[in-house]
Design a protein around this ligand. Structure first.
Ligand SMILES: Nc1ncnc2c1ncn2[C@@H]1O[C@H](COP(=O)(O)OP(=O)(O)OP(=O)(O)O)[C@@H](O)[C@H]1O
Ligand SMILES: [Mg+2]
Length: 293
């Protein structure tokens, strides 16, 4: 048996503090409590899933984390520092996000969209930009190189000069991720990244999220696709009617009766009959065959 000793926290590298700590976050809209007293932490190297039925408060919670909403109660910290309620300052601190309803600059090119995302990381001032001096041009070249790197990383390098609005839906979602990554975040929040994607695109997105983690960015992801969530995440939190119902490993969450009930409604009394079990098995087998074909 081994004993664990904890070294003095003063010597601990900053990464020991959670990338995200939401403490008692509550968001009320008039009489409606969309998010109620939610605690959630995300550590470096983690991919955490946030699931829950429609209207559970997942997006509202993201909006509280990213400074879009001022939570009615609670605090949000990034690496131990409480964040201000201003989205550009949150991005600057190190949290980037994508949106459930894609928000790209439709009439800008793919490359330009990513360059916009880099804006928080370039220190060039207005005068430098207006005069377009050597310092500005160097910064611009570096930004472009980094943006192209991100396009390669997300598989969009061939589309750099296309207008964002002409991209197929799945690639627009990828571009949103590339743009979010351009701010060099320590934590990436993804709101339904695979919505509307084909099975192949969803698999590619899974690979992309794993690669993002490899590069040192922690990820918090909202998704309705359970297979995607349970295959990808280290930990999953379930939000139901604004409250965190369960949090744990994918296995724990999948087998929790309360989670099943929250999604399916209260089941019939007693165990499912043989007929129901056979029906589910047959549907799963058909699904597997369909998926492989
Ligand atoms: N700006 C707002 N003003 C008033 N009510 C809001 C606002 N934003 C969200 N709500 C309400 O808060 C609740 C939670 O909505 P939210 O969009 O966060 O759910 P969600 O879990 O993201 O759902 P979905 O899976 O459908 O995206 C809903 O009842 C919604 O109508
Ligand atoms: Mg939502």
């Amino acid at each position: 048996m081994t004993t664990t000793t904890h070294t003095a926290p003063t010597d601990a590298p900053p990464d020991d503090r959670p990338r995200l700590r939401a403490a008692g976050v509550t968001m009320r809209f008039g009489g409606l409590t969309a998010v109620h007293n939610v605690d959630l932490e995300v550590y470096a190297g983690e991919i955490v899933g946030l699931i829950g039925p429609n209207g559970a408060g997942k997006t509202t919670f993201f909006n509280c984390l990213t400074g879009l909403y001022v939570p009615t109660e609670g605090t949000v910290s990034y690496r131990g520092t409480v964040l201000p309620h201003r989205s550009h300052l949150v991005t600057q601190a190190g949290i980037a996000r994508t949106f459930q309803n894609i928000r790209l600059f439709a009439n800008m090119t793919v490359l330009e969209n990513v360059l916009v995302g880099r804006h928080t990381r370039t220190s060039e001032g207005l005068f430098s930009a207006l005069l377009r001096g050597p310092r500005f041009r160097r910064a611009e070249r570096e930004s472009e190189e980094r943006a192209l790197e991100l396009l390669r990383f997300t598989g969009l390098e061939g589309k750099r000069d296309q207008l964002a609005r002409n991209l197929p839906y799945g690639e627009q979602r990828k571009l949103e991720i590339a743009r979010a990554l351009a701010s060099e975040p320590g934590l990436l929040l993804l709101d339904e990244p695979t919505a509307g994607m084909t099975a192949g695109e969803t698999t590619a997105t899974r690979e992309l999220v794993l690669a993002v983690r490899e590069q040192g960015t922690a990820v918090l992801v909202i998704e309705h696709d359970m297979r995607f969530i349970f295959n990808l995440c280290d930990r999953v939190a379930v939000l139901v009617q604004g409250e965190k119902l369960v949090e744990g490993s994918p296995e724990t969450v999948q087998n929790d009766d309360r989670v099943i009930a929250a999604y399916l409604g209260t089941p019939f009394e007693g165990e499912p009959g043989e007929a129901e079990i056979a029906e589910v098995r047959a549907a799963e087998a058909a699904d597997r065959e369909g998926g492989e074909g």
